[in-house]
Design a binder for this molecule. Structure first.
Ligand code: ZN
Length: 198
């Protein structure tokens, strides 16, 4: 990339480190940024820095938020005794988009994967178990239907069942290996309604 000046090359290089951005997209974005009004670029950069500095894990459900508790955990209209366990904040967003789920969530930030060396201690399971010391009616396991998601679901249900809390798993209307965030709302709702007790 020596045909570009140093700063342009550096910008392209930094952008190409982002997920899903190949060399071509990075070049396109770099030149787009260079042509944008200065204030707009400064605003974008500041927004990125602010988000990175202020976003943290919700003290209750571990989703990403800029406050101590996320808006869902804070909402007294939500059924705080029904907890849906998901892998990522994007999965949470997918269920929120349906507008039909009134419980709360627990975000694991990953799934157990012996192949990748990700064990139960590497995801937010301890936090979930601590929550279950409180008043909980049902835990709905909505991890993906990938091998990792199923492994995680099995592990969690074995962990929770002795506590006498109802544990259910969303129906497998969700295609195998399918990421929750790409599945349409109707399918998600059907999977939720058709959940089976473990
Ligand atoms: Zn929360």
């Amino acid at each position: 990339m020596e045909y570009y000046s140093h700063q342009i090359s550096r910008l392209i290089e930094e952008l190409s480190r982002l997920p899903g951005i190949g060399a071509k997209s990075a070049q396109r974005l770099a030149f787009h940024l260079i042509n944008m009004p200065k204030e707009q670029v400064e605003h974008l950069a500041q927004t990125m820095v602010d988000a990175r500095n202020n976003v943290r894990y919700c003290a209750q459900c571990c989703t990403l938020t800029d406050q101590e508790l996320c808006p869902i955990c804070k909402n007294s209209e939500r059924d705080q005794k029904t907890i849906m366990v998901v892998e990522t904040p994007r999965d949470l967003a997918a269920y929120e988009k349906t507008g039909k789920y009134n419980g709360v969530y627990h975000v694991l930030h990953g799934a157990i994967s012996p192949m990748l060396g990700i064990g139960p201690g590497d995801i937010r399971l301890k936090e979930l178990m601590e929550r279950l010391q409180g008043d909980v009616n049902e835990v709905i396991i909505a991890t993906n239907s990938s091998l990792e998601g199923e492994t995680t679901a099995m592990y969690i249900s074995k962990l929770i069942k002795p506590a006498g809390i109802k544990v259910s798993r969303i129906a497998s209307g969700v295609p195998v290996g399918g990421d929750l965030e790409y599945i349409d709302e109707v399918t998600l709702l059907r999977a939720l309604e058709g959940r089976t007790e473990l």
